[in-house]
Design a protein around this ligand. Structure first.
Ligand SMILES: C[S@@+](CC[C@H](N)C(=O)[O-])C[C@H]1O[C@@H](n2cnc3c(N)ncnc32)[C@H](O)[C@@H]1O
Length: 257
């Protein structure tokens, strides 16, 4: 790749990150915590309800792609109600799983769910833009359904720092579809879906006020191909991507060299 082309990619990412930050930072800082505190008790049920069961299906497919071995240290970033950690422990009960999330309410539900299944997950309540772990301290890092709410370049760089050389980052999220028609239909479906879910579960005012944000956050997010490029720019290697449903969802695997 030529220098000019590399600089162009760099500028594109800087520009997008600035745009995301300027449009969303007040929601990220002030509103989302209240939303997740409100939805915590019914988050898992509501996600499946809203996605007609697809969330669980995509989660199972994502977890099946994560290669784990006994004794490995795994960090689940933005762990929420520990859906990822629990599925990984089902696959390999001898993992050391750490969960980090700034929502105490989501983690409370997540720890209860883990305990009910006989699993131990080490929970840290903290913002993930600065990970409170030493360099090279995890074999695997996972992050599902949350990057749209983050300054991704900062968080992915932190993830790279805490992974040991040769360690793997597994990412899965709803992304921006490349096809405009798919994007349009998807945005409309999402908005209708969020409204009916909020109505069905009696969500609070913050969740209602965020319906437009949830759609807009995807519109301003990255496509699967862009996320591959971004991971490479941050210094990951062997980046692979598997997308589904017309690019609405994709999972990435990236190695720390
Ligand atoms: C949609 S939930 C996803 C939870 C989980 N990863 C899953 O797959 O079900 C998003 C989570 O990201 C967390 N989150 C959002 N921004 C965060 C931040 N800056 N620091 C830590 N956690 C954050 C929220 O508290 C919430 O639990």
């Amino acid at each position: 790749m030529s220098n000019a082309c590399e600089q162009d990619i760099e500028l594109r990412f800087q520009h997008r990150e600035r745009a995301r930050k300027s449009e969303f930072s007040s929601i990220w800082q002030d509103t989302l915590e209240a939303v997740f505190a409100d939805v915590a008790p019914y988050y898992d049920f509501a996600s499946n309800f809203a996605s007609l069961g697809l969330c669980s299906r995509w989660r199972r497919r994502f977890i099946a792609s994560v290669e784990v071995a006994p004794g490995e240290r795994v960090l689940d970033v933005c762990a929420g109600t520990n859906g990822v950690g629990i599925e990984l422990l089902r696959q390999q009960p001898e993992l050391n799983v750490f969960a980090i999330d700034r929502s105490a309410a989501m983690q409370e539900v997540g720890l209860r769910r883990a305990r009910a299944r006989g699993f131990h997950i080490e929970s840290v309540i903290k913002d993930v833009h600065a990970l409170p772990f030493p360099d090279n301290s995890f074999d695997i890092v996972t992050l599902q359904w949350a990057s749209r709410h983050l300054r991704v370049v900062d968080v992915f760089s932190e993830i790279r720092r805490v992974l040991r050389p040769g360690g793997c980052f597994y990412h899965c999220d709803m992304l921006k579809p490349k096809n405009r028609m798919v994007a349009l239909l998807y945005g409309a479906y999402l908005k209708a879906c969020l409204s009916s879910t909020a109505l069905a579960f009696g969500s609070g005012t913050e969740a209602w006020s965020c319906r437009d944000y949830f759609v807009r956050a995807i519109q301003l997010f990255y496509s699967a191909a862009e996320l591959t490029e971004l991971l490479e720019r941050i210094g990951f290697s062997n980046v692979t991507c598997r997308s589904a449903a017309g690019g609405i969802v994709a999972s990435h695997r990236a190695v720390k060299p």
